[in-house]
Each structure stands twice: as structure tokens, then as C-alpha cells.
Ligand binder design. Structure first.
Ligand SMILES: *[C@@H]1O[C@H](CO)[C@@H](O)[C@H](O)[C@H]1NC(C)=O
Ligand SMILES: *[C@@H]1O[C@H](CO)[C@@H](O)[C@H](O)[C@H]1NC(C)=O
Length: 403
């Protein structure tokens, strides 16, 4: 009896030691990979001084792109005023690209290459043309890359931090692993098999693999589109044969609004339904909606001119960009379009009649009135903190606080 209990007790002590050791190791690992900080959120403590080489350029006045273009109708002087002020307060250099009214674009100038093509409504034609003017400019001037923003967007005061982290993720998604030429962290990159039963490649933002540093752009050497401003984005569909599958998941991003304030046009809203509060995700773009803000590389701009300016204009521009990214509707596959959820750029809605909010559709024709200016999902909005920024204060208003 005695002997039996000794035998029972000995292994149990061994298990206790083993468990203890495991706990110590795991704790050490956690402390090593999670930046230590007094705030519950990790990334404030990341130091820019550590950013090396081309990554540093993300801090420059064009956010690590060669240019920032803002598209919109010249007649919307109110929006240009807002953009010039926001850019100044963000230390950003912007250049306006004139949009056009759809009615001023003649039929002959709109490629309709399919026998049953019908001209889209003027609002969609105008938007397509405005964006194509910007894309054409990138190609014409041979810019290495450019960020294109719509003229009613707003962003977070911490946009450079957000883009820095986007760049780190972009490297993990598209740069080869260090010391392993031709091998990528995402086994489905660059072209997935479409087999939905393969394991989902999910990476932790705080433990990204070491990749070959990029040489041509701080965001990586192999991308066409960085779709960072949208009003809805899906995670890559598991059976897609053109969209690589990896998800980079980043917990505790303090710039992510609480779930109660997040919305999307793309249902189901997997990010909100599956992951904890304040989670950000980085992945290849799937079914993006709205083109509030996106960057193009020179390669991406040339391909876009070919696939979207010169092929059938049978859908609004954001849907054409989706076809382009996913190699759909007569567009070649193999484009690399990266995205993040939630979006980094959102529409700013000033106080006043809601009808002023869209040059495209007639929202708010029934006399709706916005009492309060707001920018959905952007916590430390540059626009709404303009006074504090101008006065050098740092008591920024968080539009979407917790609780
Ligand atoms: C910012 O960095 C990018 C990428 O290196 C570069 O192309 C661009 O010229 C820089 N912008 C400015 C204003 O120096
Ligand atoms: C465009 O830029 C690339 C890279 O800097 C250069 O190699 C190429 O010659 C340029 N093309 C033209 C037409 O200037």
C-alpha cells in the first residue's frame, strides 16, 4: 500500500517539475516577444530608431511612397481645403489629380469591348476616370510607387506607425525567408492550390519570420496594390486559386476601434466575429469594397492601366480593382494586392446636410443633417484633432473609446 502510494507520488512530482519548467519557459518566451510596456497595448513601445534602411522612409513626407495623389473634382474646394489642412498637420506632401464629371467623358473614351456592354451611370464613369487619371500619371512619370487617396478621407494621427506595421506584415507575406531563396512563410504564396482543406497559414504579428529585406520599396519588392483604405474586405476565400491564404493576426492594436464601432460591407465580418477586441489583420485582398486609399507600385500601375483603363468598363471602379487583384473577368491572375482590416483610411463626414457627402449618389436628399462631424473607425482622427495639433497639444480626442 505504502509502496504503491510512493510510486504514485514520485511521477507526480516529476510532472510538477516538468509543468513548472514549462511555465517558466513559456513566460520567458512571452516576455521576449511581447514588447514590455505599462499600457495594455504593445506597439507604442516599438522604437523607430530600430527601423533600418528603407523602412525609415515610411516616416518621410510621402509615407515611403514616391508621391501621394489625392483624386476628386476641383469644384469640391471644401474637400481640398480639408485635405490640405490634414496633410499639413500630418507632415505630408500631397498633389491633387483632377477628377471629371462622368457626363463630360464621351462614349468613345470608355472602353466597352463586350457585345452586351452598357455605359455605366455618370457617377461611376466619373469615379473610374478620376482614378485612371491618377494611375496614368504614375506610369507616365515613371514613379516607383504612389499612394492614391480620395478627397474626403481621414486617417489616424498614428498613420506612420500603422504603415510601418503594415510594411512589416507585407514583408512576411511577400518577401522570401532569409537564407532560403524562393521559400516563403506562406506556403500558398504566390499561387494557392485552391484546396480549402489545407491548413490555414496564420501568423502572429509579434513573431513574424525573418525575411529578406526589400530593396526597391519599404513595403517590399513584390507588390502591385496595397489596399489600405476600403469599406469592406474579406479574408482570402479558402478555395481561391488566385489569392494567397496567409493571415497575420495582431492582438492589442490600440488604434483599432472597439467592436461596437466596427462595420463592414462584407458579411460575414470574420475579423469581428472570430477574433478578440482590438485585433488587426493583414492579408491578401479579397473582394475589397471602396477605393478610399490604395498604393500602387510602378509595376502595379502599368498592369492596372492595361487591365482596368483599357479593358471593358463594365462595373464601378472598386469592382474592377477587385477583378484585377483576383484575376477575374478577363484579367490576368498573379497580382499581389495586400490589405489590412480595419481600414486605415475612412470617409470623413463633416457636420451639415448629408447630401454634401457624396458626389456619386444622392445620399441624404430627404434633408438628412449630420449634427456632428465624424470619421468612422478612426480613433485619433487628424481632422477632428486639428485644433489640438495646431496648438501643439497632445490631449487628442479618441472618437471611439472603450466602454
Ligand atoms: C519617401 O520614401 C520613398 C521610398 O524610399 C521615396 O521614393 C520618396 O522619394 C521619399 N519621399 C521624399 C519626399 O523624400
Ligand atoms: C523608369 O524607372 C526605372 C527604375 O528607376 C528605370 O530603370 C527605367 O529606365 C525608367 N523608365 C523610363 C521610361 O524612364
Amino acid at each position: 500500500m505504502m509502496r504503491q502510494s510512493m510510486e504514485w507520488r514520485l511521477p507526480s512530482r516529476r510532472i510538477v517539475y516538468a509543468l513548472g519548467t514549462a511555465i517558466v519557459v513559456v513566460t520567458l518566451l512571452l516576455f521576449q516577444f511581447r514588447p514590455s510596456t505599462s499600457s495594455p497595448f504593445g506597439h507604442r513601445s516599438r522604437s523607430w530608431a530600430a527601423a533600418s534602411g528603407p523602412m525609415r522612409d515610411i516616416r518621410n513626407s510621402t509615407l515611403g511612397f514616391e508621391k501621394i495623389f489625392v483624386v476628386g473634382l476641383p469644384s469640391r474646394s471644401d474637400r481640398r481645403d480639408g485635405m490640405v489642412l490634414q496633410a499639413a498637420l500630418s507632415d505630408m506632401e500631397i498633389e491633387f489629380i483632377d477628377g471629371v464629371k462622368g457626363a463630360d467623358v464621351p462614349d468613345k473614351a470608355v472602353p466597352m469591348t463586350l457585345p452586351d456592354s452598357k455605359r455605366l451611370p455618370d457617377a461611376s464613369i466619373g469615379s473610374w476616370r478620376a482614378h485612371m487619371n491618377a494611375v496614368r500619371e504614375i506610369v507616365h512619370r515613371n514613379l516607383s510607387s504612389a499612394l492614391i487617396l480620395e478627397d474626403d478621407t481621414d486617417w489616424d494621427i498614428r498613420i506612420r506607425d500603422q504603415l510601418h506595421d503594415f510594411a512589416l506584415s507585407a514583408h512576411a507575406l511577400t518577401q522570401p525567408l532569409r537564407g532560403r531563396p524562393g521559400v516563403y512563410a506562406d506556403p500558398t504564396y504566390p499561387q494557392p492550390s485552391g484546396d480549402a482543406s489545407e491548413p490555414l497559414p496564420e501568423m502572429d504579428f509579434y513573431q513574424l519570420p525573418a525575411t529578406v529585406p526589400p530593396t526597391t520599396s519599404p513595403y517590399g519588392d513584390d507588390w502591385d496594390v496595397l489596399w489600405v483604405g476600403h469599406c469592406g474586405m474579406h479574408f482570402p476565400f479558402r478555395d481561391s486559386k488566385t489569392v494567397p491564404q496567409a493571415r497575420i493576426i495582431r492582438l492589442d492594436d490600440e488604434t483599432v476601434a472597439p467592436k461596437k464601432n466596427l462595420w463592414t460591407i462584407n458579411i460575414p465580418f470574420t475579423l469581428k466575429e472570430t477574433y478578440p477586441e482590438h485585433t488587426r489583420a493583414y492579408h491578401h485582398a479579397q473582394e475589397g469594397v471602396c477605393t478610399l486609399g490604395y498604393a500602387l507600385s510602378q509595376r502595379g500601375a502599368r498592369r492596372l492601366l492595361h487591365e482596368v483603363a483599357l479593358k471593358d468598363v463594365g462595373a464601378p471602379y472598386d469592382i474592377l480593382l477587385r477583378f484585377y487583384c483576383e484575376g477575374d473577368k478577363g484579367r490576368s491572375p498573379g497580382r499581389q494586392c495586400l490589405a489590412t482590416q480595419p481600414s486605415l483610411f475612412h470617409h470623413h463626414r463633416p457636420a451639415g446636410p448629408a447630401s454634401a457627402n457624396s458626389d456619386i449618389s444622392n445620399h441624404g436628399q430627404n434633408g438628412e443633417f449630420n449634427e456632428k462631424a465624424l470619421t468612422d473607425m478612426v480613433r485619433w482622427s487628424v481632422r477632428l484633432n486639428a485644433e489640438a495639433l495646431m496648438e501643439g497639444r497632445t490631449d487628442f480626442v479618441d472618437q471611439w473609446p472603450d466602454e
